[in-house]
Structures are given as structure tokens and as C-alpha cells.
Design a protein around this ligand. Structure first.
Ligand code: HEC
Length: 132
């Protein structure tokens, strides 16, 4: 190896070591500051949207106004500001799994109880609805 080559590789080692140290320390700080912030995979959210909008799947648009959704119905309330209204994601899931657990007279389909959607599909729909 030439002198120049050795110098370059030494520099590379030093810079990447600094980068790794900097990186790991900043992510530790982030985790400590926001223990609640669990990043949801955007692909899961997108799949949830497809299920919610699918006319033969969730078909939530038949009854709910949802951002981006064409020809929504108005039997149910608009699905907006969900995180503010459902800080507890489990409550949102319960509403979708079986709305009669919240309102016995509900006109909404009990997607989980009647197995219209699978548990996995409901999880994805919940992640999507929670972004609204
Ligand atoms: C047949 C009509 C209908 C369909 C289809 C429907 N809903 Fe509903 N939904 C309602 C009605 C009516 C309400 C009002 C509360 C109640 O009666 O349970 C409601 C309430 C809700 C709420 C609570 C809203 C609030 O403001 O607190 C959520 C969340 C919700 N629906 C999500 C969904 C999702 C997600 C889907 C699709 C997977 C869906 N709904 C499909 C009729 C429907």
C-alpha cells in the first residue's frame, strides 16, 4: 500500500468511527426522550388504507367520509382527528372489532366479531385510521 493509500484508509476508519459513535449516542437520546414513539411501517398504513377503501373488504367509505376517499356515505361520522379523539389505540380497535361493544344499537358492521376482516387486516386498518 502506498503512503497515500494508508492515509486515506486511516481517515476512513476515523470518520466512520466518529459517525457510528455520533449515530448511536443520538438514537439513545431519542429513545430516552420519546419512549412512546413507535414508528409504524408506512407499508402497513398503506395496506390498511387499501383494506379500508376496498369495496369488497372494509368498505368504510360506504358510511364514512375519509380523506382521499371517493363518494363517501354519511351514515357514520367523518373519520378525522382520530389520534386526538382516540389517544388509546386499543379503544379505536375495539370500535372497529365490534362497535356494539360501545353502542349496542350501532349500525356499523362488527368487522372482527363477524369475521368480515381478519385480525391482521383489522390491525392494519387501525394503523391507517389512526393516521387520519
Ligand atoms: C354500515 C355503515 C358503516 C360501515 C360500513 C362502517 N362504519 Fe364505522 N360507524 C358507523 C356508524 C353509524 C358509526 C357511529 C357510531 C356507532 O353507531 O357505532 C360509526 C362509527 C365509527 C367510528 C367511531 C367514530 C367516532 O367519531 O368516534 C370509527 C372509528 C369507525 N366507525 C370506523 C370504521 C371503519 C374503520 C370502517 C371500515 C373497516 C367502518 N367504520 C365501516 C357506520 C359504519
Amino acid at each position: 500500500m502506498t503512503k497515500m493509500g494508508r492515509l486515506v484508509s486511516t481517515l476512513v476508519v476515523i470518520t466512520s468511527a466518529a459517525w457510528i459513535t455520533g449515530c448511536s449516542s443520538s438514537s439513545t437520546t431519542k429513545q430516552a426522550a420519546m419512549p412512546q414513539a413507535k414508528a409504524v411501517d408506512p407499508a402497513i398504513v398503506e395496506q390498511g388504507k387499501q383494506i379500508a377503501f376496498g369495496r369488497s373488504k372494509g368498505n368504510c367509505l360506504a358510511c364514512h367520509m375519509i380523506e382521499d376517499g371517493a363518494s363517501p356515505g354519511n351514515i357514520g361520522p367523518p373519520l378525522i382527528a382520530m389520534q386526538a379523539r382516540y389517544p388509546d389505540k386499543a379503544k379505536l380497535r375495539a370500535q372497529i372489532w365490534d362497535p356494539t361493544s360501545v353502542n349496542p344499537e350501532s349500525a356499523m358492521v362488527p368487522f372482527g366479531r363477524m369475521q368480515v376482516l381478519t385480525e391482521d387486516e383489522i390491525d392494519k386498518v387501525v394503523e391507517y385510521i389512526w393516521t387520519l
